[in-house]
Design a protein around this ligand. Structure first.
Ligand SMILES: C[S@@+](CC[C@H](N)C(=O)[O-])C[C@H]1O[C@@H](n2cnc3c(N)ncnc32)[C@H](O)[C@@H]1O
Length: 374
């Protein structure tokens, strides 16, 4: 099945529930993906275990600096809820628990958890809900690069994990070191203002995706920057200076949409213009196929002083020839309250009343716009 067909089927999927755990279509999709995985040489796929030494060294240097800090002191350093896409994440977990009647263990992860407020307030919220089953356990896991005290404690229905000096870019290894085996287990991963600071956001994205629970696992996060193989900071800025209306896309937006399309997962996008390029999205892992991106590492680009990136570099990837973007042909105004992409995901969120208050007086709404190949 071609990527175009996947995109079409993701966008046209008309089921009202975002978690069609046993639909024939989704198992067919899983079979297709397995078949494809079996026939494609895996050396074409981006593999974080085979990063070039230059990138591995840079990750190590950035990590050494951050992990020597004893506390986390960012401008944004955690909140009780992040409200990306205006989604009330606590209620989202509750809705998932209520709909997964046969599941007793739930796992939630905050990547770049700052001072761990998000996880703590989620645990408080869960423990106040009288209408949840008594016999569930919600593992609420927060990870951050800074050092400080690690904590693990039981709190009512929740088991709270707060991991510090955690090398986010090696998620799998770091969890294993701490005795957690989370592959295909996470019901929700959330991350805000974090991936943008990483040296290898793509390799980390792949690992994160693979931790999600097949069919129902959700990833809710803001975008991050990466370059294509021939990009330099200068060519990027030259391009951005030419953008004078909303009909032209920032390359970072196009790369992000291209990445999402290549995952073959259904996703919903929220334009986020206040910081330029960091659109937000929610994605559902449709099956147990691992995230396989036909991309490769190409090196590091320094000198990105105009965007706040802690690592002070942007990693270059050969992202392949295809590019995807939202159709911008008709009259187009970017509105933060408009959501694009998978309508069934939107319907599920709306049906479960998961959108917070209106956004600057506007109700979050799904807007029909094709995601097309450029
Ligand atoms: C700006 S704070 C965001 C905190 C919170 N997510 C929020 O939105 O308020 C950035 C977070 O990313 C984590 N982070 C940034 N770079 C990192 C790295 N190289 N390794 C591990 N964690 C990193 C920090 O530990 C911190 O928790």
């Amino acid at each position: 099945m071609s990527i175009e067909t996947y995109v079409k089927s993701n966008l046209v999927a008309a089921t009202a529930n975002a978690a069609p755990s046993s639909s024939a279509a989704s198992s067919r999709l899983a079979e297709d993906l397995k078949e494809k995985a079996a026939t494609v040489d895996s050396s074409h796929f981006l593999d974080w275990r085979k990063r070039p030494q230059e990138i591995e060294d840079k990750i190590e240097r950035v990590f050494r600096t951050i992990s020597q800090k004893s506390d986390s002191k960012w401008l944004y350093n955690g909140a009780s809820e992040y409200l990306m896409l205006e989604i009330r994440e606590h209620s989202l977990i509750k809705a998932k628990i209520k709909q997964s009647t046969n599941q007793k263990d739930f796992y939630v992860l905050d990547i770049g958890a700052g001072a761990f407020q998000w996880g703590r307030s989620l645990a408080e919220f869960i423990n106040k809900q009288d209408d949840l089953p008594k016999d569930i356990t919600v593992s609420v896991i927060g990870i951050r690069g800074e050092g400080g005290l690690e904590r693990q404690e039981n709190a009512g229905k929740c088991r709270i994990y707060e991991f510090t000096a955690f090398k986010v870019e090696n998620l799998f290894t770091e969890f294993k070191k701490r005795g957690l085996y989370l592959e295909n287990k996470l019901d929700l991963v959330i991350s805000r203002w974090s991936f943008r600071h990483l040296v290898d956001p793509l390799g980390t994205f792949i690992q994160t995706y693979n931790l999600l629970r097949p069919e129902t696992g959700l990833l809710l996060m803001d975008g991050f920057c990466f370059f294509d193989k021939d990009d330099t900071w200068k060519t990027y800025l030259d391009y951005v200076r030419k953008i004078n209306d909303d009909s032209v896309s920032d390359p970072f937006v196009v790369y992000l949409i291209t990445l999402l399309v290549k995952t073959k997962a259904p996703f919903l996008l929220q334009p986020w213009t206040s910081s330029g390029s960091l659109w937000r999205f929610i994605l559902r892992k449709p099956n147990d196929a691992p995230c396989q991106l036909e991309m490769s590492y190409k090196g590091l680009e320094y000198g990105c002083q105009d965007i706040q990136i802690e690592s002070e570099c942007i990693t270059k990837f050969d992202i392949g020839k295809e590019r995807y973007d939202i159709n911008r042909e008709e009259s187009w105004t970017i509105r933060t309250a408009d959501l694009y992409g998978d309508e069934s995901l939107y319907n599920w969120l709306r049906k479960n009343e998961l959108f917070a208050n209106d956004f600057y007086g506007k109700k979050m709404k799904w807007v029909k716009r094709e995601i097309q190949k450029l």
